[in-house]
Design a protein around this ligand. Structure first.
Ligand code: CO
Length: 136
C-alpha cells in the first residue's frame, strides 16, 4: 500500500491554509466542497502524498464532533490500493471490520472505503483507489 494522504480536521480553514502554505511552504493541489459528506477539503502537495485539511460545513457533522474543542486534529490516514473491491474482500476474509462494505465516492474523484478503528488499533484508516480505474 502507498500513503495517499493524511487528513486533518481544522476549526479555521483559512488560518490552517495560511499556516501550511505561507509558513510551512506547502502548495495547494486542490480545493473542493463535498456537500454529501459535509466538508470542504483542501489538498496540499507533500511529495507524492497529500495533506488534506478538512473543514466541517455543519457544526453537528461527525467530523465536527470528532474535532471537539481542538484547533485541529488528525482524522485519518489513507492508503492507495489498485483494486479497492478486492482489497476490501481480502481484509473482510481476514476478519477486519469495515465501515464501508462497498467503495464510495470520496474527495478528489477517488473511490474510498473506511476500515473500522476497532480493527486498526484505534486509528481511522481509509483505503482509496484513484479514479483512473473504475471501482463501480
Ligand atoms: Co481521506
Amino acid at each position: 500500500m502507498i500513503l495517499d494522504h493524511v487528513a486533518i480536521v481544522v476549526r479555521d480553514l483559512e488560518a490552517a491554509i495560511d499556516r501550511y502554505v505561507n509558513v510551512l511552504g506547502f502548495s495547494i493541489a486542490y480545493r473542493e466542497t463535498l456537500q454529501d459528506q459535509g466538508v470542504e477539503a483542501v489538498g496540499l502537495q507533500a511529495g507524492e502524498a497529500i495533506v488534506e485539511l478538512l473543514r466541517p460545513l455543519r457544526a453537528d457533522s461527525p467530523i465536527a464532533r470528532f474535532r471537539g474543542g481542538a484547533e485541529s486534529k488528525l482524522h485519518h490516514t489513507a492508503y492507495r490500493v489498485e483494486d479497492l473491491r478486492a482489497e476490501l474482500a481480502r481484509l473482510r476474509s481476514r476478519g477486519t471490520r469495515l465501515i464501508d462494505e462497498e467503495p464510495r465516492a470520496g474527495a478528489h474523484g477517488n473511490f474510498i472505503a473506511f476500515l473500522h478503528p476497532k480493527s486498526t488499533g484505534g486509528v481511522l484508516i481509509e483505503l482509496c483507489q484513484r479514479p483512473t480505474s473504475s471501482a463501480q
